[in-house]
Ligand binder design. Structure first.
Ligand code: MSP
Length: 593
């Protein structure tokens, strides 16, 4: 059955295929109502996540990887929940800063940009950042989008020619008010003017250029934030934006003279001026979803992940531009804080920039991802040290999670290598079996874990989700420890049923942990779930029913053979001084009667 008059979006195509497979639509009336339902379904299920696009003036560092890992985690989470999620990242290649970096490297700008952009792309690919689009602002599709965007603003009278006089930081590509500028000494001891926020040098600039009527949007921006309390998260960043909006909001210079800045998109109709790099860069979010032609479906579901240093650009300039062209505002702007290294800001001059490629090799991709998301608190800055990484990964991934899997799948305890049967007499709901009060508490905690984790993933408080998972893993280890299944006698039928129930419950816990951890540590989760015999289509949000047998329904996993890959889930890491950190004493099954 064909409907050539319909242009089907990606999400709708899926629905259409489903319709073709399952239901034969008898008449046009039925089809129209199905279509209505499907467009609702497609719209509701679309999700669009972006990372900032990264400047290519230098190689990627840990902070960049952090922004990307947060975006990736959210994207994987949404896919798991059945959303049709798109996830974009890429590189920001225009502007004075890049022009100067290319000059310093003695390369033509595009060659220079291509080289560094590839470094970002390779890093993201090697760290399992599952982007669906990688945008470069030097691409033709982007130039078209920027030109169109500019023309709409121009035609609406929101851009005018004026004179800008004030401070500019090339490093931040940002205009500053006098109140945002202070004094500092440069490395040679000379007094210089700097941005109070970033510490970067600023220069006085006076040129004729185009101005955007930012000031007229102040009350609409405030209104947006008042009506949408979760528009900028966490809350403290939304408050910061409201505060800024209550101060002065002058019009914004949105172009530079071509004589100073050649590396960028020329202003349509005025080749003597180049479009301001932030206006150019922000439009990338629209380019990816097909602006100006086909952006609607995805644009209305957009979520930006950004670092706190670029909040003003995303929560004031960008919404004002969008209001100007008449497009919806982003659903949520998720803000994260920064990483310091051994207590100090990461900087080339201090020589403490953490190379994410080197560190991902040292601690594994999943190790790095786990550390960043487990220790990274969006509200406040976090400190990165080798020892902390090693300690955390050894404790939580190697000993706790890996140890739990080892225990439940060790041939000594599980000679048949199966997901054993649950025995409701040994673990009855009326609490009259061999299970004790703490066991029931654990079952209740694991049962509610998906809801807890969902709440924290949704607000990108991933560390809280991981804290909750980690607490449950500890409870399950204690459960095994408490009942010492290695002391039970398999030849005794009662003991055997109880032993199997212990392993069944523990494997069920592991299945829930593995499923919930997929957005954070995709490789480890895959290994864990494969070892448990959980098939790829059994790993979604819908498969998080825990301990079905205890709750009176069938468990599809009961009796299944375990997967064959019995390698360690995560190998313990060595400390910096070479000494292998001592594993916590775990009571291994000495022998089984
Ligand atoms: N090109 C602009 C973004 C344009 S988006 C339309 C930019 N690029 S950046 O390369 O400087 O920064 C990209 C991201 O890296 C930002 O989210 C920034 O906050 C993040 N980080 C840079 N240093 C960081 C840390 N030390 N720690 C955590 N994230 C940090 O800004």
């Amino acid at each position: 059955m064909k409907f050539p008059f319909l242009t089907l979006t990606r999400g709708c195509e899926k629905f259409y295929r489903f319709q073709q497979r399952g239901v034969l639509l008898a008449d046009q009336r039925l089809w129209s109502s199905a279509l209505k339902h499907s467009s609702q379904l497609c719209k509701d299920k679309s999700f669009y996540i972006t990372t900032p696009i990264f400047y290519v003036n230098a190689s990627p560092h840990l902070g960049h990887l952090y922004s990307a890992v947060i975006g990736d985690c959210l994207h994987r989470w949404k896919l798991m929940q059945g959303f049709d999620s798109r996830f974009a990242t890429g590189t920001d290649e225009h502007g004075l800063k890049i022009q100067q970096a290319a000059e310093a490297a003695g390369k033509d700008p595009l060659t220079f940009c291509t080289e560094v952009s590839e470094r970002f792309r390779n890093l993201f690919s090697s760290c399992n950042i599952s982007f669906t689009d990688y945008i470069r602002t030097t691409e033709q599709r982007h130039r078209r989008a920027v030109e169109h965007f500019w023309s709409v603003l121009w035609n609406k009278g929101l851009i005018y020619k004026g004179n800008y006089e004030g401070w500019y930081s090339t490093q931040d590509e940002s205009f500053l008010m006098p109140s945002q500028v202070g004094e500092a000494l440069d490395p040679s001891g000379k007094e210089v003017k700097v941005s109070l926020e970033s510490g970067h040098k600023v220069e006085w600039m006076k040129e004729e250029n185009y101005m955007f009527r930012l000031s007229v949007f102040r009350s609409r921006l405030l209104d947006w934030l008042v009506k949408n309390p979760g528009a900028v998260q966490p809350e403290r960043f939304q408050q910061a934006v409201v505060q800024w909006l209550q101060e002065d909001l002058p019009d914004l210079s949105v172009s530079r003279q071509r004589s100073r800045l050649q590396w960028g998109v020329p202003v349509p109709g005025d080749p003597e001026q180049t479009i301001y790099v932030w206006l150019d860069a922000l439009v990338n979010y629209l380019t990816v979803v097909g602006y100006p032609e086909i952006h609607e479906q995805w644009w209305s579901a957009s979520h930006h992940v950004i670092g706190k240093d670029i909040l003003k650009f995303h929560a004031i300039y960008w919404p004002a531009f969008l209001l100007g062209v008449g497009l919806p505002l982003p659903k949520v702007i998720h803000v994260h804080s920064h990483w310091t290294v051994e207590g100090r800001k990461m900087s080339k001059s201090l020589g403490n920039v953490v190379d994410p490629v080197e560190h991902s090799q040292m601690f594994t991709n999943d190790g790095m991802r786990y550390f960043l998301l487990r220790q990274g608190v969006p509200d406040s800055d976090c400190d990165y040290t080798h020892d902390k990484v090693i300690k955390l990964l050894n404790t939580e991934l190697a000993d706790s999670l890996g140890g739990l899997l080892n225990r439940c799948t060790a041939p000594a305890l599980n000679p048949a290598q199966v997901y054993p049967a649950f025995c409701s007499q040994a673990f009855p709901r009326d609490q009259r079996g061999r299970a004790v009060a703490e066991d029931y508490q654990m079952v209740a905690a694991v049962r509610s874990l998906p809801t807890v984790v969902e709440k924290h993933y949704e607000t990108i408080q991933v560390y809280k989700a991981l804290e909750a998972i980690s607490a449950c893993v500890r409870q399950t280890n204690k459960f095994i420890q408490r009942h010492a299944p290695w002391k039970l006698d398999r030849r005794d039928s009662k003991d055997r049923r109880w032993l199997d129930a212990i392993i069944h419950v523990s494997l069920e816990c592991l299945r829930i942990y593995g499923t919930l951890l997929q957005p954070v540590v995709p490789e480890i989760s895959n290994r864990l779930l494969t070892r448990l015999g959980v098939q790829p289509h059994e790993r979604s949000w819908k498969n998080l029913d825990f301990l079905q047998r205890y709750h009176g329904t069938d468990c599809p996993f009961e009796g299944r053979l375990l997967g064959l890959d019995s390698r360690l889930l995560f190998s313990r890491l060595e400390g910096q001084n070479g000494d292998k950190q001592k594993p916590k004493k775990s009571k291994k099954p000495a022998c089984l009667k």
